[in-house]
Design a binder for this molecule. Sequence first.
Ligand code: PGA
Length: 251
Amino acid sequence: MKMRRPFIAANWKMNKTLSETREFIANFIPVVRDVSDIDIAIAPPFTLLRAAAEALKGTNILLSAQNVFYEEKGAYTGEISPLMVCDAGCKYVIIGHSERRQYFNETDLIVNRKIKAAKKAGLGVILCIGESLEEREAGKTFDVLLKQIEEGLNGVDLENLIIAYEPIWAIGTGKTATSEQAQEAHAYIRERLKILYGNRADESCIIYGGSVTPDNIDSLMACSDVDGALVGGASLKVDSFCRIVKFKKEK
Ligand code: PGA
């Protein structure tokens, strides 16, 4: 049995309207009411956070944002601060998702500033790291992960911090990492965290993301260093996300 409490999060990305959000949550709550031994989070787009917070009131489902800016307030047109995200009812924020690194030029330095600002505001952080296909094929997976860990977490403690290993080649492609590939990367991440933080790393939640589905969740969760999942596509439908949240526990 793993000591760490599983954490499963839905990353809705740029999907869903207000009515779709209300409908999803209304249907989701009753089916997961009996799930008490894992943490569940939903990360809708910014515009839906307040309504989602209302709809989730009285449940133990956590609300997460998908991004924040690193300043508290000011003349940053179009940006959202950690304080605003807290104010909207969020307990977590996803930082450094590969889509933000790729399309919005987020560097490890920016990711680091965002993590610090989010933690200062009291938010839990889901830090995404992961290699591209090219990097994997060139044998650079561990180097890439190491840089993202060391630079992203520079000056940051592990309190309330979840790491999501998301190999870019597995995101939205239907190509999940095999359990062996996931376990290998997660074990490496934990080993590096141990070097940086000592035994505290044994308590760190390291979750997997990249084409997680009802069909592969059980075998991923059976890996000793996989503590949960960050789910994109398969989190948009109540049925599939419920099955993922209700993954079959190891004996
Ligand atoms: P996916 O996305 O499950 O659709 O591959 C995961 C993610 O990007 O967090």
